[in-house]
Each structure stands twice: as C-alpha cells, then as structure tokens.
Design a protein around this ligand. Structure first.
Ligand SMILES: C[S@@+](CC[C@H](N)C(=O)[O-])C[C@H]1O[C@@H](n2cnc3c(N)ncnc32)[C@H](O)[C@@H]1O
Length: 405
C-alpha cells in the first residue's frame, strides 16, 4: 500500500521542531510523526510494553512515553543509549538552571590545563582531526565540570548538551553514511562555552514545555542479535534496523564515541558487533537454521564480480542478522503482537535488493505473519550509482508483521 504522505516522516526531517527530540539528532532517524501514525494504526492500550531494539536517538521510546506506553529501548552504541535516556527522563527546571551555572563557572575558571588528561586526545587520530588542542581542552573542561557537579539523569542531560555542542565545532561532519572532513577556523573557548550555554538553555526550556508522565523508560546497552530478550514481555515493536547500505555508525559517530572515552580497539570491537549492514561485520555463519531466500541468492550471483568482494558476504550476513533478531522477537513478544520494521531497499551494480520483501520472507521463517507493507518513500541510491545506472527510485517501507507463534 502506498503511504507517500509519510515520505518526510520516515526521515528525521521533522525532528528539529519537536521539543526533547531535537536535543540530539541522528541522520538516520525517523520522525516522531511516523511513530505516532503507527501507534494510531494499532491503537495500543495505555501501559502496553513497546520495544525498539535499535533505539538510535530514541524517537520511538520518547513518543511511547509521551503516549503513556511502557518504553524499552536497546542499542549497542553508548552514544545512542545516553541521548535516548536523557530525552525520556523527568527534570526539575530550576535545578537544571542552577546546575548549568555551576558547570559554566567551573569550566571557565576552575579547570586548569594541568588537570586535563591529554592522553585521550593524543591517542585518537579522529579527535585530533576534529579539534585543535585548545578546542579539545574547552570541551574537556566542560565534560569534567559536568562529571564533578552533576549526577544521574542531570549528568546525562548536560552530557547530551555537550555532545550536540561538540558537533557544531567538529571538523568531521556526518554526510550520508560517512564522515566528511572540512576546514574550520579555530573556535575560541568563549565561543564553545556560549554554544554549550545556548544549547543547554534550549533543552531546559523544552523540559518546561514537554512534561512527561511518571513512567520508567528502560533504555540500555544490549545486543538483540546475540543476547536473549526476556520472554513474552512485549505487546508491540517499532524499529528501524540499519539499512544494508554500507553505512557504518561507528565511523559516522567516531568523534563522539572517542570523546565519550571509547578507545580505538573498543570502537573497532563495536564495529564488528553492529548488525552486518556494512562490510566490516563479523564472519559468517552465526545461525545454522537460517535459509537464504532464493531471490537474495540470485541477486548476489548477479552482483558478484562487479562489487567489492566483501559486499555479497555483507548481504548474506545482513539477512542472517535479521533472522537472529526475529528469532529473538518471536519469544520476546506476546502472541499476535504487532511489529513494524522500517526498512530501505538498496541497489548494487544495478541490481535491486528488495529489503522489504526479503525481510518479510525471513520473518516468515521465524513464524511471523505478514500483515501489510506501507511504501512510504521512493529515493535514489548514492549519487555515484544514479550517474551510472540511472534514477529508478527505491522504496523505503514499513513492513507490518504479527507474531503468529
Ligand atoms: C537506523 S538506526 C535507528 C534510528 C532510530 N529509529 C531513531 O529514530 O533514531 C539503527 C541503530 O541500530 C543500532 N545497532 C546496530 N547494530 C546493533 C546491534 N547489534 N544491537 C543493537 N543495536 C544495534 C545502531 O547503533 C543504530 O543506533
């Protein structure tokens, strides 16, 4: 079914106008309107447990909490978990104002360069490319001040403000699925402090205008591909797994992860653990029960020899990981629980990989029943591919399933 009225909602387009959602922006998010539309379609009762096993910047969990559902979110990225948690917490506005002033005072005056450990900066090629030494020191003094003054949710709140400040000054900019390096003039310490203050104030004003119900959101670092989710717990799932478009989130967010203290080997390990939507994933096979859909095998045969040799392996790995996810969701969701998977088709060497149809087939292997698919958007693939193979649009869809087990 065509639902092209959702073509913008399936992208992060509307996020900047939503209090709280706009605190931290991921280029691969969907907008709250998409979650609202799906929830309205289902009509879940208040208090229903809603899971997003790839929570990203927390769009699903925040809408769920606003709608008085019980939100649970998983992600293996500590950055995703941090910002998603910050967005769903309750805060006291007066307290936030007071803490903001203390953080700024301490960061501006109290932290001398002798108290700043230079080793994270010296040890990270990405941090050194993204910031000058003096910019890093200003950002780091804010981070130290936040850690000394704030605790619990308030610490997450100001760390989120700092992470969004960091994006403004970084010379690494997320562009599509990659980091593009640009030239920027060195920012002064005052400019960095002012930007942090401005962002913190927008966030505080958002808290004032978007009070949340008292419901505990459970958002944590968890890998739904290899760890078992609690059985029969969830009433519904809304999620968007990474698309098999080679984008690597650990590269897109490398600067932020390094700033959060992740070492290069830790970031590399995270890359290997990510769902195999990029070519540096784990080796095959992980599941003996997964049967590769014949259409996928045929598509792989057609592209072999025309693409990076790692790509066919990535595609098999991608659908095997989706199978592992569905096997897990089969036990984690209640009988007849509705599931919405937001997915995008891709094209390699002129061959369409119809992810929406293939995911349906893989989910059926795990006993899910396909209800319907909404086509929400048609898009081109990379500029390079369009130049080579012409612009035939590719679908971005929502696949609706039901647990038939
Ligand atoms: C497309 S994004 C989700 C965006 C989200 N819907 C939003 O609105 O912000 C996919 C997420 O899956 C996460 N991810 C990838 N592999 C994972 C794994 N094995 N376990 C948990 N999360 C994973 C990534 O870190 C990323 O945040």
């Amino acid at each position: 079914m065509q639902r092209l009225d959702l073509s913008k909602a399936v992208t992060p387009k509307f996020i900047p106008k939503h209090p709280r959602h706009r605190w931290y922006w991921f280029p691969h998010s969907f907008s709250p309107e998409l979650v609202e539309e799906i929830l309205q379609h289902w009509g879940l009762p208040q208090g229903a447990h809603l899971l997003d096993p790839f929570v990203g910047s927390g769009t699903t969990t925040l809408v769920a909490k606003q709608r008085r559902l019980q939100p649970v979110g998983f992600d293996i990225s500590p950055l995703a978990v941090l910002v998603s948690k910050a967005k769903t917490e309750s805060y006291d506005v007066q307290h936030l104002h007071a803490v903001k002033l203390q953080i700024l005072d301490l960061a501006e005056e109290g932290i001398g360069s002798d108290q700043i450990d230079p080793s994270p900066f010296e040890g990270s090629r990405q941090l050194k490319k993204a910031f000058t030494h003096s910019e890093f020191q200003s950002l780091e003094s804010l981070r130290i001040a936040i850690d000394r003054i704030a605790t619990g949710a308030v610490r997450l709140f100001f760390t989120t403000a700092l992470l969004s400040t960091l994006k403004v000054f970084s010379r690494g900019i997320a562009s599509g699925g990659w980091l593009k390096w640009v030239d920027k003039e060195e920012a002064s310490s005052e400019e960095i402090m002012q930007e942090f203050k401005r962002r913190a104030e927008i966030m505080i004003s958002d808290v004032g205008q978007s009070l949340l119900p008292h419901l505990e959101a459970d958002i944590r670092e968890f890998d739904p591909l290899s760890e078992k989710i609690a059985a029969s717990h969830f009433d519904a799932v809304i999620t968007s797994p990474p698309y098999p478009n080679k984008h690597d989130y650990t590269r897109v967010f490398h600067v932020e992860l390094a700033f959060l203290g992740k070492t290069e080997p830790e970031i590399k390990a995270l890359r290997k653990q990510m769902l195999r939507s990029h070519v540096e994933g784990k080796l095959l096979p992980k599941s003996s029960e997964f049967k590769i859909p014949p259409i996928l095998l045929e598509s792989i045969r057609q592209i072999e020899g025309h693409v990076d040799r790692r790509l066919p392996k990535m595609l098999r790995g991608y659908f095997e990981d989706i199978f592992l996810l569905m096997e897990n969701l089969k036990f984690a969701t209640k009988r007849d629980a509705p599931i919405a998977l937001v997915v995008g088709n891709v094209r390699y060497a002129g061959v369409d990989i119809t992810v929406d149809e293939l995911i349906r087939e893989v989910a059926e292997q795990s006993g899910f029943i396909h209800e319907e698919t909404w086509i929400t958007r048609y898009r081109g693939n990379s500029a390079q591919q369009m130049a080579r193979y012409g612009r035939t649009p590719m679908r971005e869809s929502i696949v609706f399933l039901r647990n038939g087990n």
